[in-house]
Design a protein around this ligand. Structure first.
Ligand code: ATP
Ligand code: MG
Length: 485
């Protein structure tokens, strides 16, 4: 299956966003809810995965997004959400919000330079500002939206002996295959069975597998929840908004990864917008960097760090316990390059630094701001095409192109690789139509039956010989200077 991430990226580009996703949410600004004083979350991809420690404010963001739309007049089977649905105030909970609390929604419109902005705010005793909102079907997949019927004591359980079977609702083959792919198991058949008892009606998922038939009442929880979710996402109107709480709930590791792939696929086909909360590294790793936002709550309030995941931040922070300085770079190639630069100038410095690759230039910047916020020593190195920002501890690799291009397009490197591995670099790129520099190492490693990190390091050594130490000494010195005294 082709990777839908690139498609989604281009479909969600500001110039194409409205035609594909309609009045999607561009951002939400939250002031005065559950200790969130002033927080803006930008939606840079059709799926936004919010991670962070327990209590960071993830669900608060998702729940407030649901209050952004009116229910389409043509739709009868969904409800609209209001702020009051999620923020009950009582004697036990006097201040989930205050008299000046507000949510500012920014919606995408036909004019990318002119988004629509609307504010829902506390006016006297009610919330106001809902009227001029755009229309959209909204779904909240919370923790209790799918409870196994056995636990609900649903009518199919407590009236089990007396229920009559009603009409069946077939589940198309593609939906069956999607559910099966997520769970790593294939069904022989899958449908919904209507059931009635007096005036009451219900529906039960029925599966056939390994020659046996069983209903939702005997399904695994992950199985039932996945069937419920996929059925809803396939049958809701296109361009719906889904807010999903911890979709990893009750799924094994690979199923979490497959579920994230499904979410990318369904957004690509049906142009939904998804805001999800998660603690799952499998889900975060499957989504592209611009789909991630990490929330951090501390004395100063709650802040958002786009492009970061809590899992990535945790690995950086736990690394920081052992090393004095955390250095953030974009990708593995940058990590190898910086390691060899440091080794040539100050090998002992390698003992004191922990080099992490965090994704791309925006993730490097976001990670640097996170380190600043939590007062951890750090340095960050971006590719040369963006330039340095030394006041924020962000430096650049030498040259003016991404490091893969700097390295593999250097004639000395090309001669060295030809001599050592017998590979003609430019010919190999042309042969395989390789224009994306992120693929350079992979292509050459395949051509030469070599491990990618080994090949990259050989090329990097030759590159450093060629440009000479004066070219990269300033970068290494800038990192040395960031070491805590
Ligand atoms: N009245 C209040 N004033 C200040 N802070 C509050 C108030 N009510 C709740 N909070 C904060 O909000 C948090 C709950 O927010 P939310 O449910 O959005 O967190 P979450 O990130 O979804 O957490 P989890 O991962 O556990 O689901 C509480 O842990 C608390 O820190
Ligand atoms: Mg939550």
């Amino acid at each position: 299956m082709p990777d839908p991430r690139a498609d989604l990226r281009s479909k969600f580009h500001v110039n194409n966003r409205y035609s594909n996703f309609g009045p999607a949410l561009d951002s939400v600004k939250i002031c005065g809810f559950r200790g969130i004083a002033d927080l803006t979350v930008q939606f840079q991809f059709p799926i936004t995965a919010i991670s962070g420690l327990n209590g960071a404010g993830k669900s608060t963001v998702g729940q407030l997004c649901l209050g952004a739309y009116r229910k389409p007049t043509t739709v009868t089977d969904t409800r609209r959400f209001y702020v009051r649905d999620f923020f009950p105030a009582s004697a036990a909970d006097p201040t989930p919000f205050g008299p000046t609390s507000s949510v500012v929604f920014e919606y995408n419109t036909t004019d990318p330079n002119n988004p629509q902005t609307l504010t829902v705010a506390r006016a006297a005793k009610e919330w106001s500002g809902y009227k001029r909102q755009p229309e959209r079907s909204c779904y909240y997949i919370g923790f209790t939206i799918y409870i196994p019927k056995v636990e609900q004591r649903d009518l199919s359980i407590y009236r089990g002996a007396q229920v009559a079977l009603g009409p069946q609702r077939p589940i198309p083959q593609d939906v069956r295959q999607r559910v099966g792919r997520i769970l790593g198991q294939q069904y022989d058949a899958l449908h919904f069975q209507g059931i009635t008892h007096g005036q009451r009606h219900g529906e039960l998922g029925i599966a056939q597998r390994f020659g046996a038939q069983y209903s939702e009442n005997n399904m695994g929880f992950g199985e039932g929840r996945t069937l419920y979710l996929v059925d809803l996402m396939e049958n809701s109107p296109v361009q719906s908004l889904f807010v999903i709480e911890e979709p990893e709930t009750s799924l094994h590791g690979n199923a979490q990864h497959e579920l994230a792939k499904y979410l990318l696929d369904v957004c690509n086909r049906r142009h939904h917008q998804i805001v999800l909360t998660t603690h799952s590294s499998s889900i975060l790793d499957t989504l592209p960097t611009e789909a991630r936002v990490m929330l951090l709550r501390d004395q100063a309030g709650v802040s958002a760090f786009p492009m970061m995941s809590a899992a990535r931040a945790k690995s950086i922070l736990s690394g920081g316990h052992h090393r004095d300085l955390c250095v953030l770079v974009e990708d593995q190639f940058a990590r190898l390059l910086l390691t060899e630069m440091v080794r040539r100038i100050d090998p002992t410095l390698l003992r004191c630094v922990e080099i992490h690759h965090v994704g791309d230039k925006k993730a490097v910047r976001s990670g640097a701001l996170l380190m600043q916020r939590i007062a951890r020593p750090y340095a960050a190195v971006r590719d040369a095409d963006v330039g340095p920002d030394p006041t924020n501890g962000i430096f650049s690799f030498p040259g003016n192109m991404p490091p893969e291009k700097q390295v593999y397009l250097t004639p000395d490197v090309q001669s060295h690789l030809l001599e050592k591995f017998g590979v003609d670099v430019l010919h190999a790129f042309a042969q395989r139509e390789t224009t994306n520099h992120h693929d350079f190492t992979k292509v050459l490693a395949q051509e030469t039956d070599t491990l990618p990190d080994y090949l990259a390091t050989i090329a990097i050594e030759s590159y450093l010989d060629s440009i000479g130490v004066d070219e990269f000494a300033p970068l290494v010195q800038a990192i040395q200077a960031r070491l805590p005294q």
